[in-house]
Design a protein. Structure first.
Length: 61
């Protein structure tokens, strides 16, 4: 799970959803990818997703 529009995610969200929470992406307004915090959050999510079992066999450029 990914919390979009949030700066953080409480630990209880993973329990509620029954799956791991990979992270949060803060609200970036009208042009979210121009916000360095949003870009950084997406980069971190891609890195974390690449470390999961689901990524077995993937190549991330």
């Amino acid at each position: 799970a990914v919390a979009v529009g949030e700066a953080s995610v409480p630990d209880s969200v993973a329990t509620l959803l029954g799956c791991p929470v990979l992270g949060a992406v803060p609200d970036g307004g009208a042009e979210p990818l121009s916000d360095p915090a949003v870009r950084s959050a997406y980069d971190e999510l891609a890195r974390r997703l690449g470390e999961t079992a689901a990524a077995d066999g993937w190549q991330i450029a």
